[in-house]
Design a protein around this ligand. Structure first.
Ligand code: MN
Length: 228
């Protein structure tokens, strides 16, 4: 039923993007936003954890992902026009979309059509997407990186345990998985992992972004540990 409804939903414009702020710890100033895809079905919203796997299975994710890229870049351009200072936009890329031959073109087109500078686009990819076919991934990252597009590793710490790819790929940021951030005030183990990732990022010259920060205590602890 979800699959049937999904095609109608595209026609009816039921998919939309929500923008989650990425802030500087301490000041709380917004430095960027992450675009998150949502499905507002007439009978209620359908969670991404439900519809994304279906879209990945039937290939619709390529269409939805390209739409999200266009929409997010256009949104950044319209915030610019309003004089709002949103540094860059971060867009999630599905592993299926990442492997699709038309992916690089869809990125180039979204940038060109919106008129934004390519260094203001960050693509979030998972460790799994990089490691399925590391050589193809490296070519793709190098090609898009040459345009100015940056890459962040999403949900860092929950996918492959191979760290060798951190040296191999032209990456800009690590996003510390929200499960570690959620538990870090209560669990010394989660805290140790967060601190270790912060130090790893620092030593490798990568920006560290903590996902799912919901309290001042979390924000303060992250700031103290040098999380950007
Ligand atoms: Mn993400």
């Amino acid at each position: 039923r979800i699959e049937q409804n999904m095609f109608e939903a595209v026609q009816n414009g039921e998919f939309l993007l929500h923008y989650q702020p990425i802030v500087w710890p301490g000041s709380g100033k917004v430095c960027a936003v992450e675009a998150l895809m949502r499905w507002q079905h007439p009978t209620g919203s359908i969670p991404p954890g439900v519809f994304i796997p279906v879209a990945e299975h039937n290939g619709l994710i390529n269409h939805l992902g390209a739409w999200a890229l266009r929409c997010a870049c256009a949104q950044l351009a319209s915030w610019d026009a309003l004089g709002l200072d949103v540094g860059y936009i971060s867009v999630n890329v599905s592993p299926v979309q990442f492997r699709h031959p038309g992916f690089a073109d869809s990125v180039r087109r979204a940038i060109k059509d919106s008129g934004i500078s390519s260094h203001r686009l960050v693509l979030e990819i998972t460790e799994g997407a990089l490691m399925t076919d590391p050589e193809a991934a490296q070519d793709l990252l190098t090609e898009l990186r040459a345009l100015g597009v940056r890459f962040a590793v999403d949900d860092f710490g929950t996918g492959y345990s191979s760290l060798s790819y951190l040296r191999r790929f032209p990456l800009s940021a690590l996003k510390i998985d929200q499960s570690f951030v959620a538990d870090m005030m209560d669990s010394p183990h989660a805290r140790t992992i967060v601190f270790a990732v912060l130090s790893l990022a620092r030593e490798l010259g990568l920006v560290a972004i903590a996902e799912g920060v919901e309290s001042d205590e979390q924000s303060q602890l992250l700031a103290e540990q040098g999380c950007e």
